[in-house]
Design a protein around this ligand. Structure first.
Ligand SMILES: NCc1[nH]cc(CCC(=O)O)c1CC(=O)O
Length: 311
């Protein structure tokens, strides 16, 4: 008799949808699963994320996994701290959803159609600085809450628009509310946005192997590894808002043959909402080095900008 895999999940609609999707993939591969909800301080508090800290959504779930209450934990990868947890294994990175950010504006408006002075609600410094840098005269207001709460602020007229991850809306079946999917040239997503991390205990090699064989997507794993390596390297050098997007693309290798390569773009903001951008392409097998190299380039460019004329 095969044991039932207990899958730990947060109780929000988004977390439940993600965990149910993971459970379904495992069931289809012939495994028995059970969802176990774990409440986290991030779900209970309405304080700004900047005050309660990264990892508020994921640490309680990780403790439940490490303590043996559940066998598998499903996280939004972008909510995981870059510091690895030695007790746990990132067993699978499933196929990533569309990583882009999306605008939900009143009256079906796009960013360019919002009149100057329009209020856009977001609690994310990354989204705020990229919105300010567009030069559209938008006013950014800090908001928090789950996907439903944030969308309601538009319907109630409290703000003219909000920016949310497209992936979150896709997972809860609400893509129809989007009025514009933002081009990464204007708005680079958070590192690992749209990807899931499926974890198990590091000593539970059977579960690790089955999660990897059923759920892991190597291209998504490489992209996320590059973005998070960039983030980790930048966190050491600054606390500014950071966006990143890596994609596996078809490119020509040194002999002119078509090969899979990893392409990454990154952005870092300065305190006065100026943006520094950089991009690079490398081997999919050296994803983390590519991310670290891009971080070094961004830090140099930012230092040059801050020490430049007029500063
Ligand atoms: N910070 C909360 C959070 N964590 C993951 C997602 C969306 C799903 C994803 O990016 O995988 C969201 C909501 C949002 O940013 O709009």
């Amino acid at each position: 008799m095969m044991k039932t895999l207990r899958i730990g999940t947060r109780s929000s609609a988004l977390a439940m949808a993600q965990s149910a999707w993971v459970a379904e993939q495992l069931e289809q591969a012939g495994y028995q699963t059970q969802l176990v909800t774990v409440s986290t301080p991030g779900d209970r508090s309405m304080a700004p994320i900047a005050e309660i800290g990264v990892g508020v959504f994921t640490s309680a779930l990780r403790e439940a996994l490490a303590g043996g209450e559940v066998d598998v934990a499903v996280h939004s990868f972008k909510d995981l701290p870059t510091e690895p947890d030695p007790r746990l294994s990132e067993a699978a990175v499933p196929v990533r959803e569309d990583p882009r950010d999306a605008l939900i504006a009143r009256d079906g408006l796009t960013l360019g159609e919002l009149p100057p002075g329009s209020v856009v609600g977001t609690g994310s410094p990354r989204r705020a600085s990229q919105l300010q840098a567009l030069g559209l005269g938008l006013e950014v207001r800090g908001i928090r809450g789950n996907v439903d709460t944030r969308m309601r602020k538009v319907t109630d007229g409290e703000v003219d628009a909000v920016v949310l991850a497209r992936a979150g809306l896709a997972r809860v079946g609400r893509l129809e509310v989007i009025t514009e999917t933002l081009d990464p040239l204007q708005m680079l997503p958070a590192p690992a946005q749209g990807a899931l991390a499926v974890e198990c205990r590091v000593d539970d090699v059977d579960t690790e192997h089955l999660l990897q064989s059923v759920l892991d997507d190597p291209a998504s794993r490489a992209a996320v590894a590059a973005e998070r390596a960039m983030l980790a390297a930048l966190e050491a050098g600054c606390s500014a808002p950071i966006g990143a997007l890596a994609e596996v693309v078809e490119d020509l290798d040194e002999d002119g043959r078509v090969a899979q390569r990893l392409s990454i773009r990154g952005v870092v903001a300065t305190d006065d909402h100026q943006l520094v951008r950089a991009s690079a392409t490398g081997e999919t097998t050296a994803a983390e080095q590519l991310g670290r190299d891009l971080a070094a380039e961004l830090l140099d460019a930012r230092a040059a900008l801050l020490s430049g004329p007029g500063q």
